[in-house]
Design a protein around this ligand. Structure first.
Ligand code: COA
Ligand code: MG
Length: 286
């Protein structure tokens, strides 16, 4: 499949120290994996996690799941060694946490092969203000929202409607769209609460995110469903395109489908829905 069309509905965090989970992920239906060396790994387990993770990546078996390695910030005692060991160990992307500015990205880019894409955690208030600049960095191909860190730094309440985070979430999506890169929503902490996850996935989807970061395998199916086009959306997209083409052929600029106007821009959005559906079907057929 064309890498540019790879889905990111489900992006599962796995602590780099947990061998059993690293192994289990080889069979989980997740679109991407974030192999974590940062906050999911305790300080005294960092060195061992690095080796465990390098071995898991070397052994392979992750199929077409995108492999993202989250290193520790370069300002910590572990970051440089993380890059040295994992920078060329087989990851598809390196994810940098606690980014504040574009120059934080420069510092990592200088240490990595020029072909290695970088994603950044958007989890500090400063990063949100600099989101446009960070997303526009030539090496950055994705933004990952760190809602737990943002909540901590803002001193806001965790609410089911995420109202206190809303402007940050929207800034992150806008920055990603302006730069035409991927935007992934934050995690839903209550990993046994299926209903709550569904609601939050749908909210993230409605805001424009490509997918959601997850902490537990039980969350994968909910994210895969929420971030995929529904049968109704696919049907509508097909009818919009057909109706627009028909009115175009008869010399009219717009069409009407289900009582709503269909213009050029709706056709573009409809084509995007169909492209996404095709990419998912292609991936499932593999
Ligand atoms: N990725 C892959 N497999 C996972 C997993 C994950 N994130 N979380 C759990 N599993 C596996 C377990 O290894 C276990 O496998 P097994 O049946 O082969 O033993 C199975 O799923 C069931 O796990 P369960 O007992 O329900 O969960 P737990 O109580 O062991 O762990 C968490 C719960 C939250 C601690 C664990 O899911 C986790 O570590 N999540 C990731 C946290 C993280 O990375 N945070 C950083 C970013 S916020
Ligand atoms: Mg964080």
């Amino acid at each position: 499949m064309d890498a540019a069309n790879h889905p990111f509905r489900s992006v599962l965090y796995i602590p780099g120290s947990k061998e059993r989970a690293l192994d289990k992920a080889r069979t989980l239906p997740t679109d991407a994996i974030i192999f974590d060396l940062e906050d999911a790994v305790a300080p005294d387990a960092k060195a061992e996690a690095r080796q465990t993770l390098a071995k898991a990546l070397g052994d392979g078996g992750y199929g077409n799941r995108i492999k993202i390695v989250r290193i520790n910030a370069l300002t910590t005692a572990w970051g440089l060694e993380d890059v040295r060991v994992l920078g060329t160990a087989g990851a598809d992307v390196i994810l940098l946490p606690k980014v504040n500015t574009r120059s934080d990205v420069d510092n990592l880019a200088d240490l990595l092969p020029a072909t290695m894409p970088i994603w950044t955690m958007m989890e500090t208030p400063v990063s949100v203000f600099n989101a446009r600049d960070i997303a526009a960095h030539g090496r950055v191909t994705g933004l990952v929202t760190g809602t737990n860190d943002l909540t901590k730094d803002l001193g806001c309440r965790s609410r089911a409607d995420r109202l206190p985070l809303m402007s940050a979430l929207q800034m992150i999506v806008m920055a990603a769209r302006a730069a035409r890169i991927i935007a992934i929503d934050g995690v839903y902490n209550q990993f046994r609460d299926e209903e709550g996850l569904r609601a939050e996935c749908e909210q993230g989807r409605d805001l424009g995110f490509d997918g959601k970061t997850l902490i537990h395998p039980a969350q994968i199916e909910g994210a895969n469903i929420a971030f995929a086009p529904t049968a109704g959306e696919i049907d509508l997209a097909q009818r919009q395109i057909a109706a627009f083409e028909a009115s175009h052929a008869s010399g009219q600029g717009v069409a009407v489908v289900d009582g709503a106007i269909v213009e050029n821009l709706h056709v573009v959005a409809a084509q995007r829905v169909l492209a996404k559906a095709r990419a998912l079907a292609e991936m499932e057929a593999q």
